[in-house]
Design a protein around this ligand. Structure first.
Ligand code: SF4
Length: 360
């Protein structure tokens, strides 16, 4: 009795958190449409810079509170989903599409989104519409949160050494909708579970390519007026060259490193990617960036010496290498798997049968 009371209290707290973050998300969307400069600041210069670190430390927390996930799962929460199951090869293809979408959308930040609130809002609305549409058809997180969402490949790469496993606050019972479930699998890493060809390709692209892609991305300035298609395509050139370079490097290491060290190799590339992000992003947020005022949150250049911000970025780099490469793997899943729906049904039936016997 006490246990069920505690469980319902926990659920209530999480529902409040989810609602709060959903409202924050809706507020940012509103600002992007009607007060673009505030919306852009909140979205690209506060929310997005926090996300990678959160994914490294507790991917599960993000998966529980992400406003887009909450929206995409509404059809399932309200019993409006057809609850179809994806075949493993379909899951693999969705994962590959997610990686391609990530690599296609992110460079467009320089061309359009970083300086255009309504365009960023249109992007979020489009992704949410896709998430909700597939949520109406497919069971729980299989098609969006663990499938098409372009952030999911990054979650898989960064979330290999979770600090804590927390309760899954979306799936009430586990329908085994995605195998292996990224939320419930201990020790998840992109080097594992590569039975399908599409999975192999997406894992290879995200693990090997992301560090170089991020490095390249930070060497492209924001463009306000792109007049030609060639200039537009130019925002892809350096990130894709970076991607190909680290991909090649990763392939060579894959072929030379012993398979028992595969996890360490994944950790090394994950740490390189997230470290590269903060190495450039942190100074950029505070006016010490290499690309002038691009991505500026608060200009404190002149108020404090530049080395302090770079030292902070260096500290973060050390932290990520410790966390993802040196620290012993926590062997924790992002979230705790809820009871299997089939087992729950069986238990319910047994209980009902017992009750009938006692009544007689
Ligand atoms: S916990 Fe179960 S129902 Fe939820 S996403 Fe994972 S496999 Fe699907």
């Amino acid at each position: 009795m006490a246990d069920s009371k505690t469980a319902s209290q926990t659920t209530l707290y999480w529902r409040i958190m989810q609602s709060l973050f959903w409202l924050i998300g809706a507020g940012i969307l509103f600002c992007l449409l009607f007060f673009p400069s505030i919306g852009l600041l909140l979205f690209w210069n506060i929310l997005i810079p926090v996300a990678p670190a959160l994914l490294v430390v507790s991917t599960g927390l993000w998966r529980n509170i992400c406003p887009l996930a909450t929206t995409a799962l509404l059809p399932r929460h309200f019993g409006l989903s057809k609850r179809k199951k994806l075949k493993p090869n379909q899951s693999g293809i969705l994962g590959l599409i997610a990686v391609i979408m990530l690599f296609l959308i992110v460079p467009l930040r320089h061309a359009v989104f970083n300086n255009n609130g309504p365009a960023t809002a249109a992007l979020i609305i489009s992704l949410t519409t896709i998430g909700v549409a597939v949520g109406f058809r497919y069971e729980w997180k299989s098609a969006w949160c663990s499938g098409l969402c372009p952030i999911h490949p990054v979650e898989r790469l960064y979330g290999g050494n979770s600090f804590i496993s927390i309760p899954n606050m979306h799936c009430d019972l586990c329908a085994n909708c995605v195998v292996p479930c990224p939320d419930s699998t201990r020790n998840l890493d992109t080097g594992h579970y590569v039975k399908m060809r599409a999975q192999r390709i997406s894992n290879f692209l995200i693990t090997g390519g992301l560090p170089g892609f991020i490095w390249g991305w930070f060497h492209v300035p924001d463009q306000n007026k792109l007049s030609t298609a060639a200039a537009f395509a130019g925002v892809y050139t350096i990130p894709l060259l970076g991607l190909l370079t680290t991909l090649l490097f990763y392939r060579i290491l894959q072929l030379t490193v012993k398979s028992k060290n595969g996890r360490a190799l994944t950790g090394l590339f994950a740490a390189s990617a997230v470290s590269c992000y903060y190495w450039y992003r942190l100074p950029g947020l505070f006016g010490f960036g290499y690309l002038g005022r691009d991505g500026l949150l608060l200009d404190i250049n002149g108020l404090i010496p530049g080395w302090t911000v770079h030292a902070l970025a260096g500290g973060l780099v050390c932290f990520f290498f410790y966390w993802l490469v040196i620290r012993i793997n926590s062997r924790r899943s992002w979230l705790i798997r809820p009871e299997f729906a089939k087992r729950h049904e069986l238990n319910e039936r047994k209980l009902a049968a017992k009750t009938v016997t006692v009544d007689r």
